[in-house]
Ligand binder design. Sequence first.
Ligand code: C5P
Length: 317
Amino acid sequence: MKLRAQAYSKVNLFLGVGPRRDDGFHELSTIFQSLSLNDEVTLRTEGSQPHTGAWVKGLKVRGLAHNEVPEDQSNLAWKAVTAVVNAYSSEGYVPHQTVHLDIRKGIPVAGGMAGGSADAAAALLLADRWLSTVHQVPGLGEERLLAIAAELGSDVPFSLLGGTQRGEGRGEKLSAVANSTRWWWVIALSRIGLSTPKVFHTLDHLRDTQQIAPPQLDCSGIIAALASGDPLKLAAELHNDLAAPALALQPALRRTLEAGTEAGALSGIISGSGPTCAFLCHDRTHADAVAARLRDSQVADTIVTAYGPAGGAEILE
Ligand code: C5P
C-alpha cells in the first residue's frame, strides 16, 4: 500500500505568551493561520513480517534543508505513526507490516512555521488510513487524532485542522476564527534556525531581568481585522511576544524586518519563534513586487510568496 498526504506551514498572526506554567509550557493566546507552503509525506507498507517495537522501518527526507531533519525515531512523523499504531494495537488491531516514510520538505526547518508539526499531522492521517483500511474498521476520528496530535507537540493539532484558528492553552486548544479573505504574504527564510525552547527560555530571562513589554494576550483586534477583510487593518494588529527574544538571539532579523517594510510590505512579523519573517501584502501582485525588491536587498537566504489560510492536513487521493 502506498499513501500520500500533504500538510501546510503556519504563521501566528498574533502570538501572546503568558507566564511559564508548572509543566514548563507557556500559556498562549494565539491566532494561527495555515500558509500555502507545504510538505508532502508518503507512507509505504513494506514486507509482511510482523514486527515488535519499530513499526517504521525507515524514513527519508528530501527537499528544502533536508540534511537538518532527523531520519530516525526522533522525527515527529515517525513518532506520529508509532502513536497511531499504539492506539490501534490497544484495541487488538496490530499491524502485520512495517512502513517506510518519505518526506518532501517545502517548509523551512526550525523556521517557526510548524514544519515538523505538519509532517506529524500528515503522518497521523496516513497511519490512520493505513490501519483502518487493513483492518476494515472506522478511522480513529477527529477528536482522537487531535488528542494524539496534542501529545506529539503544541502545534500539531493546528497542523491537522489548518485554516485560521484561535489557540489557547499551550496552543492545542483550538477554535475556528471567521475569515473569508485570502491574505498574501512574502516569507523571508533564514538558513540559520532558532530553537523554540531556547526562544521561550530567553523570553523568561528577558522578563525576569529587563523591562520588556508585558504579555499581550487580547487578540480581539486581530479577530475583528480578519473579519473586516482589510489588509491594512490586519497589518496594524499583527503581534508576536516572541519577537523580543528571537531578536535578542538573532539581532540581524531586525534588518530583515526593516527591509520588508522598505520593500513596500504593509507590515512584518517574526513567524512563531522565528527566524522566518512574514510580510503582509495587499494582494498577489503586491506580494510578487515586494518579494522581488526584498530579493534585491539580500537580507534573507530565500524569499517566497505564500497565501493563507491554506487547508489542514489532507490525504492526497
Ligand atoms: O510542544 P512543542 O514540542 O512544540 O514545544 C517545544 C518547546 O517550546 C517546549 O518544550 C517549550 O520549551 C516551548 N513551548 C512553551 N510553551 C508553549 C509551547 C512551546 O514554552 N505553549
